[in-house]
Design a protein around this ligand. Structure first.
Ligand code: NDP
Length: 446
């Protein structure tokens, strides 16, 4: 088996040189899905995984715009249309200086499996730019978004490709891009998700990824006959996913100890409660400040510069910032300090070595493609509401989100049980694969 996997990965690597993040994501899937393919005559011999790792289409384009000093800036924009076997391409846009083809291809590849797990009809895609919104004024961000959409609009559409937010793309950026799309097409359509409530958005969409992570963790804990109440929770990041993961964890009675950003983490031993979290949201979303500003209002907390929060003892860890933010040493430290459950809010935040630590020690570990699927799931519900021209209530959307997260958990159990342990990586990869592979095989060699 190892030989077949190795040969497959060598072949993929040959075509995708210098794309380490993409190869990391493909390797994780290949290691769990190839043994399943080999045992199933229906999939064996169809070259199906090789077809899945090849994007259906990659678009790369120039984004020129003028900053407040009237200097001309040039960025690069991308859209990866990875797989449309089960629905139109769906996946976020990321604006961050680290964005490149490898990062977006890994995200688009993961998105295929994640979207399949939600049970909604969405294919996989991802896009973005190396533009850094940090430190830019609102008018600069608007000019950038307008220039970005002036090219992207010809590749997307409500039945073709429906982008959403991701790192660096929140409600402000979605608004500017939606406005430009509407102007160019002269159409009011559900071409983006994460829209404002008064112009086609869904209730619970901002909360969905973070809430979904915690609903998934709750399911894992309950399956192991424990719960979240009273548990110490360590969270990284302080953006959209981290904020709402913290909110739901607090509502369910956990004690949230940390939040972070790229400059370091804050540790509040008394716990971050709802009032403190509201202050964080004000700091991050309105003032666009650094997380270190937290200690100005709450001086009993401490700010630890240039470090991530995995050194803080906890029962539950929720990495909600970015890829490869939790390495082997961090994983070992978490486990030795009593961590029993890791639920990924970010995409691929744990390195392969960290994942081996979690699975070797048989602690509960949920890969992002399962545990953070709540965001795209509610994006799917936003698309459904746009088609119906109707809005569901907060309670209705939240109930659907909870039911989708419970279904994803069940799919992971169906394919991931091994000798009294649930391997959620294997479960999520195979469950996600089966639906897409079946559709691809039915649709012929295209
Ligand atoms: P935001 O831009 O709202 O927040 C990102 C957070 O992560 C910020 O606190 C940011 O800190 C931190 N961060 C980003 N890059 C780094 C880095 N290189 N090192 C340390 N910290 C970093 O993004 P989201 O909350 O939307 O996304 C977070 C993660 O969740 C990403 O992996 C994303 O792909 C994933 N995700 C998001 C979904 C969504 O619905 N938004 C859906 C599913 C997954 P700083 O401000 O200092 O950069």
């Amino acid at each position: 088996m190892d030989k077949i996997i190795k040969e497959f990965l060598n072949e993929v690597n040959k075509r995708n040189q210098n794309e380490p993040e993409f190869m990391q994501a493909v390797t994780e899937v290949a290691e769990t899905v190839i043994p399943y393919i080999v045992k199933n005559d229906f999939y064996y011999g169809q070259n199906i995984l090789m077809r899945m790792v090849e994007p259906e289409r990659v678009v790369s384009f120039r984004v020129a715009w003028i900053d407040d000093q009237e200097e001309i800036q040039v960025n690069r924009g991308y859209r990866i249309e990875m797989n449309s076997a089960i629905g139109p391409y769906k996946g976020g846009l990321r604006f961050h200086p680290s964005v490149n083809l490898s990062v977006l291809k890994f995200l688009a590849f993961e998105q295929i499996f994640k979207n399949s797990l939600t049970t909604l009809p969405m294919g996989g895609g991802k896009g973005g730019s190396d533009f850094n919104p940090k430190g830019r004024t609102d008018t600069e961000v608007m000019r950038f978004c307008q220039s970005f959409m002036t090219e992207l609009f010809r590749h997307i559409g409500p039945n073709r490709d429906i982008p959403a937010g991701d790192i660096g793309v929140g409600s402000r950026e979605i608004g500017y891009m939606f406005g430009q799309y509407k102007r160019l097409k002269n159409e009011f359509t559900g071409v983006l998700t994460g829209k404002g409530i008064s112009w086609g958005g869904s209730l619970i969409r901002p909360e969905a990824t973070g809430y979904g992570v915690v609903y998934f963790v709750q399911k894992m804990m309950e399956y192991n006959e424990t719960g979240l109440k009273g548990k110490k929770v360590v969270i990284s990041g302080s953006g959209n996913v981290a904020q709402y993961a913290a909110e739901k964890a607090i509502q369910l009675g956990s004690k949230v100890l940390t939040l972070s950003d790229s400059s370091g983490y804050i540790y509040d031993a008394e716990g971050i409660d709802e009032e403190k979290l509201a202050h964080v949201m004000q700091l991050k979303n309105i003032k666009r400040a650094r997380i270190s500003a937290y200690i100005e209002k709450y001086p009993k907390a401490k700010f630890v510069s240039e470090k991530s929060p995995w050194e803080v003892a906890c029962e539950v860890a929720l990495p909600c910032a970015t890829q490869n933010e939790l390495n082997e040493k961090d994983a070992a430290l978490l486990i030795s300090n009593g961590c029993v459950c890791v639920g990924e809010g970010a995409n691929m935040p744990s390195t392969p070595e960290a994942i081996h630590q979690f699975t070797n020690h048989k602690i509960l570990y949920a890969p992002g493609k399962a545990s953070n699927a709540g965001g795209v799931a509610v994006s799917g519900l936003e698309m459904a509401q746009n088609s119906l021209r109707y809005n569901w209530s907060r309670e209705e959307v939240d109930a659907k989100l909870q039911s989708i997260m419970a279904d994803i958990h069940k799919s992971c159990l169906d394919f991931g049980k091994e000798d009294g342990y649930v391997n959620y990586v294997k479960g999520a990869n195979i469950a996600g694969f089966v639906k897409v592979a079946d559709a691809m095989l039915a649709q012929g060699v295209v």
